[in-house]
Design a protein around this ligand. Structure first.
Ligand code: NDP
Length: 449
């Protein structure tokens, strides 16, 4: 075992010892650090500088009480967090997640991923992530507003356009960002609209931000397939989720001529052999905030199956997981490969387990890893920050063209590094090394901080 492999193993052991119950964080540390060993071997100075010891520790973790009153005047108490992971190349940037499963391990994993993803975009943004165990499902608009106001009343003191710029994630969409921004403006008494991204278009939001992650995923996958002379036209695509990322991944995949046959939510999945009717999905999810099984009210001949895991048993050419972390385990990966799936593009964050990724790579599946493939959302968030600083508003086409260019550059950068380090189709390694390089260089230049 090489000296750098030993160094990385020691660091992974340290991560485990310090926080034995943070499994998601341990997994992402393993994914990133083991794949950058070839780079560390060429750059031994980072071991002397204890760069890995530093990079795995968040610069700051904030945890706070969020007390609010529901519509029955009953007091509710949730936990709020912000993990400010790394600011070497810019202000902390990363979404807020509102979901009952939120805990420190999940937020540290997301913040760690975000550091390298943001670096890959080529834009000057550091990495962070935050959220709460609050569940917006089943809450009235008034309750969501009360919660967001209570959450921001604490968070506001830790964020700012040049400090930390949160955005949406699971459970945090346009409605929540609006309430959060309103409260920030009230308590700060200043119109700092660059403090949050994903805002509405009337108060500093950017065109294309809503579509950016899903569209960006398809731009990345198209680059990857173009390089192999494979067309998306008429390919059968399986997509999980029916939220922000899934919706716009379906839209762009259909625009590229692919046939998307599934979508899902946490209760189950829909299979429509004729191709998913996106207008129906948008009406169910964006207007009624309903469940995906209501799709059958629109298309009686479609199928609904309870349980979201079954979606990976549907025969397809391309799979795009766009719901949540660890939704594709080894069994699901085996099913996909056995059914002829040749391409996997990750829209969600870490949707494939480490074993599943390994299986895909060993079986020559073209694999687009999350931190590269879903970076379009944060890239357009950074473009929203630029527009806020300039006090200008760019057109949809301008932002979309910049998004396309950014996704192409991310693909090329990941591919170049995969080639340079001897495994040309391993974009997991390529993306990790490309993202790590810039952050490591900046940390090294800034001394021991
Ligand atoms: P949304 O809340 O809009 O949608 C999430 C979707 O995934 C819903 O259909 C939801 O179903 C489903 N889902 C959530 N949790 C689970 C679960 N435990 N099991 C099965 N299904 C689940 O979130 P986004 O679309 O914004 O985010 C999806 C993924 O993409 C996340 O991993 C997020 O971190 C990642 N991402 C998002 C970006 C963005 O710009 N929004 C940027 C980059 C990454 P239900 O309604 O039943 O909960």
């Amino acid at each position: 075992m090489s000296e750098m492999q030993v160094y990385v193993n020691d660091i992974l052991e340290l991560v485990k010892q310090r926080d034995p119950d943070q499994i998601e964080f341990q997994n992402t540390a393993k994914e990133v650090l083991t794949s950058i060993v070839p780079f560390l071997e060429k750059n031994p100075k980072y071991k002397n500088e204890k760069l890995l010891e530093r990079i795995i520790e968040p610069e700051r973790v904030i945890s706070f009480r969020v007390a609010w009153e529901d519509d029955k005047n009953e007091i509710q108490v949730n936990r709020g967090y912000r993990v400010q992971m790394n600011s070497a190349i810019g202000p902390y940037k990363g979404g807020l997640r509102f979901h009952p499963s939120v805990n420190l391990s999940i937020l540290k994993f997301l913040a760690f991923e975000q550091v390298f993803k943001n670096s890959l975009t080529g834009l000057p943004i550091g990495g962070g992530k935050g959220g709460s165990d609050f569940d917006p499902k089943g809450k009235t608009d008034n309750e969501v507003m009360k919660f967001c106001q209570a959450f921001m009343t604490e968070l506001y003191r830790h964020i700012g356009p040049n400090i930390d710029v949160p955005a949406g994630d699971i459970g945090v969409g346009g409605r929540e960002i609006g309430y959060l921004f309103g409260q920030y403006k009230r308590v700060r008494d200043a119109y700092d609209n660059g403090v949050l991204t994903g805002k509405g278009l009337t108060y500093g939001g950017s065109l294309t931000r809503t579509e950016a992650t899903g569209y960006g995923l398809l731009y990345f996958v198209k680059n990857m397939l173009d390089a192999k002379n494979i067309s998306l036209k008429d390919k059968v695509v399986v997509i999980s989720g029916s939220g922000n990322v899934a919706t716009y991944a379906i839209e762009k995949a259909q625009e590229f001529g692919a046939k998307v046959v599934t979508c899902s939510d946490s209760n189950g999945y829909v299979y429509d052999a004729n191709g998913i009717d996106l207008a129906a999905v948008k009406e169910i999810k964006e207007i009624h905030r309903g469940r995906i099984k209501e799709y059958l009210n629109y298309h009686k001949d479609a199928e609904y199956h309870e349980g979201c895991q079954g979606v990976w048993g549907v025969k397809c050419d391309i799979a795009l997981p766009c719901a949540t972390q660890e939704e594709i385990n080894l069994d699901s990966a085996k099913k996909l490969v056995a059914n002829g799936c040749k391409v996997v593009g990750e829209g969600a964050n870490m949707p494939s387990t480490l074993e599943a990724i390994d299986y895909f790579l060993k079986n020559n599946v073209l694999f687009a890893p999350a931190k590269a493939a879903n970076a379009g959302g944060v890239a357009v968030s950074a473009l929203e920050m630029s527009q806020n600083s300039e006090r200008l508003h760019w057109t949809f086409e301008e932002v979309d063209n910049k998004l396309k260019e950014i996704m192409e550059n991310i693909y090329k950068n990941a591919k170049k590094n995969a080639e340079e380090f001897g495994d040309p189709d391993n974009l997991v390694m390529g993306a990790n090394i490309a993202g790590f390089k810039k952050v490591a260089e900046a940390m090294s230049a800034q001394g021991v901080v």
